[in-house]
Design a protein around this ligand. Structure first.
Ligand SMILES: [Mg+2]
Length: 238
C-alpha cells in the first residue's frame, strides 16, 4: 500500500484529546516545506540539477556528525552549488517538485474554517513561492531563506536576516507570527527536529512521516502521522 493512502481510521480514541482540541480550534497552522508540503528536499534537488549531488551529500554527512551550525551548513552548501538565477529558473520550469498528497485538501479545509496557513522553511523562497502559489498560498505567507544574485544573475550569498537562516529559526518565526497577528492557537507540522523545536511557541507539534520517517521526531511529537488525510479526518471529527 502506498504511504499516502488513507489507512488509519481516525476516531476520538486514536488521537489525543489535546491535539484534537487544538486542531479543531487553531487559528494558525505552519507547515514545513521540504519532505512535508513537498515530497523532496529543495537543496538536494538543486544539487542534483547542478550536478553536485555527491559533494553536497558528503557535506550533509559531515554536518550531521559534527557541530556545524545550520548557518555554516547553509553557507557551505551554497558555496559548493553557486546557484545562478538562471539555474533556479530552469529548475522551476523543468523539475517541479511534487506536492504531498492530501496537503491541498487539508489546507483548503483549514482555510474554510478561517485558519491562517504559513509555510516555514529552511529552504529557499525562490523554489517554494511557485509551489505555494499552486496551493493558493501567497508569498507573504512563506517564511524561508532568500538566495541573493548579483546583476549578472550570479550567486551572491543569502539574506542573513531571515529567521530560518540560523539554528532555532522556526521557533523565532512562529513567535514573530504569534506577536504580529495575535494568534491564539498555533500548530507546527513537519518531518524534522527543527520543526519540533517550534513548539513552543506552537501549542502542538504534529510530526509528519509521509515522505521521510524519523523515530526521533516521532518521539517528541504530540501526534505523528504519515498522511495529511488523517489530519483532515481528525479536523472533521464531530
Ligand atoms: Mg522538512
Amino acid at each position: 500500500m502506498a504511504p499516502h493512502d488513507k489507512i488509519v481510521p481516525i476516531t476520538k480514541k486514536t488521537i489525543p484529546n489535546n491535539v484534537l482540541h487544538v486542531l479543531q480550534n487553531c487559528d494558525c497552522v505552519c507547515f514545513d516545506v521540504d519532505s512535508t508540503m513537498l515530497t523532496c528536499e529543495g537543496i538536494d534537488e538543486m544539487a542534483r540539477y547542478a550536478g553536485k549531488h555527491e559533494e553536497v551529500k558528503a557535506l550533509t554527512k559531515k554536518a550531521m556528525g559534527g557541530n556545524m551550525s545550520f548557518r555554516e551548513c547553509l553557507t557551505e552548501r551554497l558555496e559548493i552549488l553557486q546557484p545562478t538565477a538562471q539555474l533556479i529558473q530552469e529548475m522551476i520550469e523543468m523539475k517541479p517538485p511534487g506536492i504531498t498528497p492530501g496537503f491541498q485538501e487539508l489546507v483548503d479545509a483549514l482555510r474554510s474554517r478561517g485558519t491562517e496557513i504559513y509555510l516555514v522553511s529552511g529552504g529557499f523562497d525562490c523554489l517554494i513561492v511557485p509551489e505555494a502559489a499552486k496551493c493558493g498560498i501567497a508569498p507573504n505567507h512563506v517564511i524561508a531563506n532568500t538566495i541573493l544574485f548579483d546583476k549578472e544573475g550570479k550567486y551572491a550569498g543569502f539574506d542573513k536576516n531571515n529567521f530560518t537562516s540560523e539554528n532555532g529559526g522556526k521557533a523565532r518565526a512562529l513567535q514573530y507570527l504569534k506577536d504580529s497577528f495575535k494568534f491564539n492557537k498555533m500548530i507546527m507540522i513537519g518531518d524534522g527536529m527543527t520543526d519540533a523545536e517550534a513548539r513552543p511557541p506552537a501549542d502542538i507539534f504534529i510530526g509528519f512521516g509521509g515522505n521521510v520517517k524519523r523515530d526521533a521526531v516521532k518521539e517528541v511529537s504530540d501526534y505523528y502521522t504519515s498522511s495529511f488525510f488523517s489530519i483532515l479526518e481528525a479536523l472533521q471529527l464531530k
